[in-house]
Design a protein around this ligand. Structure first.
Ligand SMILES: O=C(CO)[C@@H](O)[C@H](O)COP(=O)(O)O
Length: 214
């Protein structure tokens, strides 16, 4: 069964603990934590201190998605704030060695590591790192905002990652515009983890919304 990772970007921050308890009770598997710096994407969200607070009140796996220009500058802070997995964008790195250093460094601290691709970035851009990844995050919207429409080219990327998987252990995650319909298309394509923000947090019945994704 796929895992569902509600994106707290769509949570109510004045009621964050209540929202975190609610998604856990409704069957969420992971918490997806979107970090935006106003440079890599045209939006600012939250940093590591809120993650540290979340870790104190939730035992869910903390899936950190860095949409920032300098992942290595902040990776330690997110590790100390109890990230379970740290995913950075391939587009944020300038050289192959930077990517390798990021992957090795995060693994050496005992934390899972992922790479993400924007909608226009091909899977070939990360192919050489696949052996060492715990997760590949396929963006099905331009990163930066919740509530956008799912872009279908994500489906062929999910299929491509399934074909490339062979003996590799990475999970395939998709993020952006996920609802019951697009979630089903992604499941049929072979996805392992569905990130859903507005669909889960804005639902009248969050359990039904999460069940519909599984
Ligand atoms: O990373 C992002 C946006 O950059 C996502 O995690 C969104 O937060 C998903 O929101 P919905 O499209 O599900 O509303």
């Amino acid at each position: 069964m796929v895992k569902v990772a509600p994106s707290v970007l769509s949570a109510n921050f004045a009621e964050l603990k209540k929202d975190l308890d609610s998604i856990r009770e409704c069957g969420a598997d992971w918490i997806h934590y979107d970090v935006m710096d106003g440079h890599f994407v045209p939006n600012i969200s939250f940093g590591y201190s809120i993650l540290n607070d979340i870790a104190k009140v939730s035992d869910l796996y903390l899936d950190v998605h860095l949409m920032i220009e300098k992942p290595m500058q902040y990776v330690d802070a997110f590790i100390k704030s109890h990230a379970s997995l740290i995913t950075a964008h391939i587009e944020a790195f300038h050289h192959e060695q930077e990517v390798k250093t990021f992957i090795q460094y995060v693994h050496d601290q005992g934390v899972h590591v992922g790479l993400s691709v924007k909608p226009d970035t091909p899977i070939s851009s990360i192919q050489q790192y696949l052996d060492d990844l715990d997760l590949v995050l396929v963006m099905s919207v331009e990163p930066g905002f919740g509530g956008q429409t799912f872009q279908e080219q994500a489906l062929s990327k999910i299929q491509e990652l399934c074909q490339l998987k062979q003996n590799r252990h990475y999970l395939i995650e998709v993020d952006g515009g996920i609802n019951a319909t697009t979630g089903q298309l992604c499941r049929e394509a072979g996805v392992d983890v569905l990130v859903a923000g507005s669909y889960v947090f804005n639902a009248e019945n969050r359990k039904e919304a999460i069940d519909s994704l599984k």
